[in-house]
Unconditional design. Sequence first.
Length: 456
Amino acid sequence: MQIIWAKAALTPEGWQSDVRIAVNGTGTISAVDANSPPEGFRVGIAIPALGNLHSHGFQRALAGLTETRSQKGSDSFWTWRKLMYEFIDQLIPEEIETITTYAQIEMLESGFASVAEFHYVHHQSDGQHYDDIAELSSRIVAAAEHSGIGLTLLPVFYQYGGCQRKPPLPQQLRFINSMDGYLQLLEEVSLGLQNLPPDSRMGMAVHSLRAVDPTDLATLRDIRPELPMHLHVAEQMMEIDEFESCYGMRPVEWLCQHSELNGTWCLVHATHMTESETRELAQTGAVAGLCPITEANLGDGIFNGVEYTNQKGHYGVGTDSNIRISLCEELRTLEYSQRLKHQQRALLSQPGQSCGRALFESAVLGGSLALGRSSGALKAGNLADILTLNTESEQLACCQNDEILDTFIFSGDNRLISDVWAAGRHVVREGCHINRQPIQERYLKTKKRIMERLTT
């Protein structure tokens, strides 16, 4: 049993003082008691740690390498994707593991206790399978073992290069599996996850409705209906147009009519939705997986956030391409996108409600749903996913209750994070991951080797 005592904590009952949080040996909160005398590990402010609902960990080493404008001057997601494919082609299994480990410790240091890794790179660069079909998935498991993050691993089913069974590009061959191959991959991943603590779990993902036969979605869902199911959807107008030309419906519209969407589904991005799609998706209980920093970096567009939240739709946030890893900045970018779109302020909260708290609590809930993780609140029975804020910071001086979240999200950065627990594992202390130095050293050596290959 470990005890965490907080001067102030955000609980399901609201902000409380002198809060004793008891965590048992399985990493689960066994009791939360306010107005308790100080004991155990003492902190200033304790709040639930978020789940990062969408990540491609290996892309962290690509950050900053795609920002030169091309000679044609018509840069977009699709030109970025071409550069990303060239980058992937360089990576070997050990490098994917090292980069992902480093990305995960940055996630933990920014306040994410867990991550849904949307893992679609399965084979060698020429498409040949490794002897172990789960070779690269096992590298994600190893990364989580090193970092201590709570992992929901999402092996991605990727069949085709586009609608109507379009053949994949040569650069996509690392991603491609048959249905039988994918089911074998799921079995191997399930076995590999047994090496991690019991809070880890597996989900399923399809890359997108374009990259599979949509009828296979129901087949997969029937195999393990209890697992989280993730997919990219409606990120770019080009993909929407392609899908609509083949099936007579837009992707979100098709999903709402042909799939039994609920809280175990995560529709990543869902950027370009009509008003009716926005309302329909909100009513299903599925989670919109928003990645505001990546979406801004790629020029994707702006999510229909005001209408979606007015309809009480669930959403969470993810770091996606990992161009910048910061919990507070993801939430800030989400709200600011709405302010720029509508030329108003505090749009993702209700009248009289703190905007920071509305953003935070929505993202905490959405993340726990999307990851299939018993977290999202400091209460008995939940995993001890906890982050604490640095009360010695001048930014948080004199802040109380919801002012804390407003300040953290709208004027703070990762330096305000003090400690983080993932299912009771105390992995960040005084703002620094407990194994940062050796992980960082391995990452720097790996990135140097990759950069030498890219420039020769």
